[in-house]
Design a protein around this ligand. Structure first.
Ligand code: NAD
Length: 308
């Protein structure tokens, strides 16, 4: 598995990152041993970047990931987790809470340091507080050696850019906006480059919408978008192809991101994903899927507080 430097963080990450939200059962129940197997299969395949959050399954994902990584050489993986969002109604970006949150995450993840700590879904917080209070607090933890780099995550590109333009952040994790259906982040490449932050690409499968099984009921995209994604999946199936394969190949082969974080709960998923990225992108299939998705291209949803 190819590895890349994550911007100027000094962290080396795999081109495919392990998205651990499914270990919090956000895509449905799973057997913990299967989740642990998935982590071990990923490590065997050269995946070294793991992204999680206390929000995923109300700390379940961190706990399962911590169990899976227990005993693994600490030099063999980079951990990214988050602060600030703990439940749909439980958002707290205060310095006191985020510092305590990191200590709690360290315990659940059974480690003494976190590679990348990120403010989770900044659009649900007060952006001024994140700039002036949360990120400085996280920098103090960096100075203390508890974290190696500091970033922000979220959906609205304007909010991410707003924060990254006002305070130094090492990374910006953006999701569902460099996919077969939505490429808005590609249009903002220069705007983010100017901030000096490295962009992490998450959810190239559009949180399950670009898979044969389709999205979970909670998927926030408007119905016409999900209907078109289902039509594109059916088109691929009729041609003997798998839309998930095209979606993964598209992000990895054309995005130029240091890492592409993909939600994984089973060893089968990660084995398939790694096999797919070694195969060439089918340009004719990509054109056919582009045509199918054209009516909903770059359509997303509103996320976060109204002012963000
Ligand atoms: P995703 O686009 O990665 O899709 C995940 C879905 O695709 C799951 O249902 C999974 O089972 C399926 N899948 C994965 N590999 C597959 C394969 N080879 N074949 C068929 N299906 C496959 O969406 P995601 O999981 O929401 O996002 C990826 C990760 O990015 C998350 O786990 C999380 O770590 C991170 N993320 C962060 C934020 C944030 O911080 N705000 C938001 C979204 C995602």
């Amino acid at each position: 598995m190819k590895r890349n430097m994550l911007g100027s963080t000094g962290l080396e990450v795999s081109e495919v990152g392990f998205g651990a939200s499914p270990l919090g059962a956000v895509y449905g129940a799973f057997a913990e041993p299967d989740g642990i197997d998935a982590v071990h299969a990923a490590l065997d395949l050269g995946v070294c970047f793991f992204d999680v959050s206390p929000y995923y399954g109300a700390t379940l994902a961190e706990t399962v990931l911590g169990k899976a990584l227990h005993g693994v050489d600490r030099a063999d993986y980079v951990l990214a987790t988050k602060v600030g969002r703990y439940g749909d109604e439980d958002v707290d970006f205060s310095a006191e809470r985020v510092k305590r949150s990191v200590q709690e995450s360290l315990k659940r993840l059974q480690t003494d340091h976190i590679g990348l700590i990120q403010c989770h879904d900044i659009e649900f917080g007060d952006l001024g507080q994140i700039v002036h209070e949360t990120l400085p607090a996280l920098r103090e933890l960096e100075d203390a050696g508890l974290v190696r780099a500091v970033g922000v995550t979220g959906y609205p590109l304007d909010a991410l850019r707003y924060v990254a333009a006002r305070v130094r952040v090492d990374t910006v994790l953006s999701y569902c906006q460099y996919t077969l259906q939505d490429r808005r982040r590609a249009q903002r490449r220069r705007a983010f480059a100017e901030t000096g932050a490295e962009v992490i690409n998450a959810s190239p499968l559009a949180m399950g919408a670009l898979t044969q099984q389709g999205p979970a009921a909670w998927h926030p995209a408007p119905a016409p978008v999900l209907e078109r994604c289902a039509a594109a999946a059916a088109l691929c199936r009729s041609l003997g192809a798998d839309i998930a394969r095209l979606a993964v190949q598209f992000a990895v082969a054309t995005g130029g991101f240091a890492t592409n974080v993909i939600g994984t709960s089973g060893a089968q998923d990660i084995r398939r994903t790694v096999r797919w990225i070694e195969q060439p992108l089918d340009q004719a299939l990509l054109r056919a899927v582009d045509t199918c998705l054209a009516p909903v291209r770059d359509q997303g949803w509103i996320n976060g507080l109204p002012d963000n």
